[in-house]
Write a protein that binds this ligand. Sequence first.
Ligand SMILES: C[S@@+](CC[C@H](N)C(=O)[O-])C[C@H]1O[C@@H](n2cnc3c(N)ncnc32)[C@H](O)[C@@H]1O
Length: 686
Amino acid sequence: MANHKKGPSRRMQKQGPPPALDEGHASKKRKLAAPTKGAVKKQKVQNGTPAQKPASPNGNVNGAKNSAGKAASKGQFAKVQKRVVPEKKDLASDDEEGGVKVNGFSDLSGDGIDDEDVMEDEMDGLDGEDLDHLDDDELQDDMDDFANAPSGSDDDDEDVVDSDQEVQKGMWSEDEDSDAEEALTAANIAGLTQRLDNQRAQEVADAEAELQDDALQTNIAADIPDEDDEEGQKSALAPDLQLLRTRITETVRVLTNFTELRDPARSRADYTQALLKDISAYYGYSPFLAEKLFSLFPPQEALAFFDSNESPRPMVIRTNTLRTHRRDLAHSLINRGVTLEPVGKWSKVGLQIFESQVPLGATPEYLAGHYILQAASSFLPVMALAPQEHERVLDMAAAPGGKSTHMAALMRNTGCIFTNDSNKERAKGLIGNIHRMGVKNTVVCNYSAMEFPKVMGGFDRVLLDAPCSGTGVIAKDASVKTNKTEADFLRLPHLQKQLLLSAIDSVDHASKTGGYIVYSTCSVTVEENEQVVQYALNKRPNVRLVSTGLVFGKEGFIKYNNKRFHPSMKETRRYYPHAYNVDGFFVSKFKKTGPTPVGAVKAQGTAAEEKRQANGVDLDLDVAADGDAEREDVDLDAEDGVDGFGGFDDDDEDEQMIQRSLKRQMRRKGIDPKGVKSKAVKSLSR
Ligand SMILES: C[S@@+](CC[C@H](N)C(=O)[O-])C[C@H]1O[C@@H](n2cnc3c(N)ncnc32)[C@H](O)[C@@H]1O
C-alpha cells in the first residue's frame, strides 16, 4: 500500500549527504574541473520533491552517470569514454555488455593509471601479514561453502557501522583519488544506463497510470461498487487509498499556507487531527506513533518522512580494510556481476550496491571477511567516535558487531576493544563476525552494560549504540508502526539514560588521546535522543557535548514542543531517510572533562541511589564543587530540571510514569490494575 511514488526506485538512488555539502567538499581535482553538464543535471535531481527524490550529493543514478561522464572527459580516461559511454541506443540494445563494464575496469588498471593511492590512506601501516591470513585452503573452503550457501543476507545488515580517521580533519577523503571513484563509476555505467532506460520506461508507464488514477478520483463518490461482488470489493480499496492520499496532500497544502487556504470554520487543530487520522490509516501506523513522528517535522516534511519509510534504503557494504582495499573489492564484485558505486564522498570504505547477480551474504569475498553488509548511517557513530590506534575502547551494546569490527579496522587491529552485549545469542553472531573479518584486538563480554564501569573502567573511548525503538528503520521493520506503545517510549529512554551514565562513568577523563563517549540510536524520537542526552548533561556536569565531526546531518533540537534543551544540543546530529536516503539515526559525542563523582558511580542503580533520588539530594552539587568550568554555561534551571528539560529528569519520576502507563495499558485490556496489583504490572513491564 501507499506505493504511490513514481520516482526512481530506492535501489537506484545514490545516497549520501545533501547537495551543498557535496559542492563544498569536492575533492581538489573536482574543484579544478570545469563545471559539467552532469553537475547541472545533478542539481535538477536535488531540486526534486523530497518524497520522490531525496537529496544526495551525487543525485541518483544520474549522478552516477555524470561522474562517469566526468571521468571520461579527462585525458587519461579517453579509452574508457569510448568504451563505456556509447550512444544510449547501443547500450539499450546490448544487454549482455556486462562484460564491457568489467573489461572497462580492467582496462583502467591496464592503462597504467596509478590509482593505488586511492586506498593508500585506508591501508597505511598495514603489512602483508593481514592479507596473509587469507590462506588458500581457507579461501577454497569458503568458496566450496559458497557453492552450497543459501542465498540471502545475514543479520549484519540489520545494524552496522564504520568510522574514519579522517574524522578529525573534517571527514572529507582529500586523499581519495577521485579518478578511481570515477573509474569505478565508469565501469558500471553500461549496467546503470540499461537500468535507467528500463526505469524511464517504467516511469512513463507509471505517469500514465497516475493520470488515469487522477481521473478516477473524480468518480470516487459516484463509483459505488457492488458489495456482493468479490471484484467489486477489491476495487473498493483502491479508490479509498486514492481518496486518503488526495485528502492528505490537500490538508498538508492548507496547513502550510493556513491563513489563506483554511476554512474559517476549522481550526489548525481540527485540520491536524484529521490529517493524523488519515496518515495513520494510509500508512498503517498506530495513531499514537503517527502523532509522535508527525510532530517532529513541519507537515510537508512529515509527509516526505512517512513516504520514505515505504521503500527500502539502498544496500550498502563496508570494506574491511583489515583484509582488502575498496578498489580491489569493487573489482572482485564487479567481476561477479555486481553493479556498485562508492557510497559517497563522506566515506572511503562504503560501496552502494545497485544490482547483484549473486547473494552478497555468501560471496567468497564476504566469507573471507572482505566486507560486511552495513547500513550507511551505521558508519556514522564510529566515524564520530574516531577510535585511535593503541587505545582502549568499549563498545557497550555491540552485537552483531558491525561497529566493533569497523572500530578494529580504524585501529588497525591495535589496542583493545572490549565488545559487549547483554544478549548471549546475539553475542555469538558478534563473535562470528569478529573471526570472519580477521579482528584480533577484541575481548567479547556478556554483561548488562549498566554493570560498567564496575566490571571495568578507564576507557579512552566508549560507544553506546543503544537499544532503541527503531523508528529510524521502519522501512526495514514495518512492525514498528504498530507495536510500539507509550510504555515503550518510557521504558526505553529510562534504560538509555542509565546506559549513557554508565558509558560516561566508564571513560577516563584524563585519557591522553581520548576521553570521548558517542551515544547513538537508530531512532528519531526526541525521548530517546535529545532527552537522554540532556539527562546525561544534567546528571554529569563533568561532560560536555562536542562536534561529531560528521560532515552532514541535521542539528539536534534545542527546542521541541514545550521542552528546551541546552544550546550545545546543536552539536548532535539527526539523520532522516527522506533527507539523505539513509536509515534514521541520531549521533551525539561527549567529551569527559573531569572525574565522575564517586557517589554517583557507587550508588547508581542501588537502593541507596533510589533513596537519594526520593529525598531529592542532588549529587550534581558535589560535582559542581569539583569546579568543572566546561559546564558553567549550563542554565542552572536546567541543572535543577525545573524548566521542562527532558521531561524525565529523575529515575523515580520515570518509574512513576512507567507504572501509570502500564496501568493505563491494563485498563485498556479490561484488567483492573488494583485487582491484580503489582504481579501483573510487573509481568507487563517485563
Ligand atoms: C542497536 S543494537 C547494537 C548494534 C551494534 N552496535 C552493531 O552495530 O552491530 C543494540 C544492542 O543492545 C543490546 N542490549 C540491550 N540491552 C542491553 C544492555 N542492558 N546491556 C548491553 N547490551 C544491551 C541488544 O542485545 C542489541 O544487540
